[in-house]
Design a protein around this ligand. Sequence first.
Ligand code: FES
Length: 147
Amino acid sequence: MYSEKVMDHFSNPRNMGEIEEASGVGTVGNAKCGDIMRMYLDIDENGVIQDCKFKTFGCGAAIATSSMATELVKGKTVEQALAVTNKAVMEALDGLPPVKVHCSLLAEEAIHAALWDYAQKNHIEIEGLQKPKSDIHEGEEEPEEEY
Ligand code: FES
């Protein structure tokens, strides 16, 4: 049911933990399953993500997608990190079962929430970034929806 990559990132998650005095922190939750994900970003003065860590209180797919999402945004600029959609995370994991697509949306939303926090703290605007919703329970019904 799960790809080898999903199993790998679930059993051996990368970048789990927290960053003290992070440049941006985002916490999101899914009302339906009750899972919660928090992302920490360390962003340098050039807008490059030097480090990214996560804490996820959630299902295995949520842990695997958090782990992969942190790997994908590391070393990217904030603008490039915005392009790390849930689809990109799922592709990098060789797919997720349809009922688990909403878990990957949580990862995308957590990155956006952390970027939003960073932008707020620095009084900047990141083009294309919208104020994140804290609750993204629509994912299951509309897996194609773009956030
Ligand atoms: Fe809730 Fe996976 S079941 S995030």
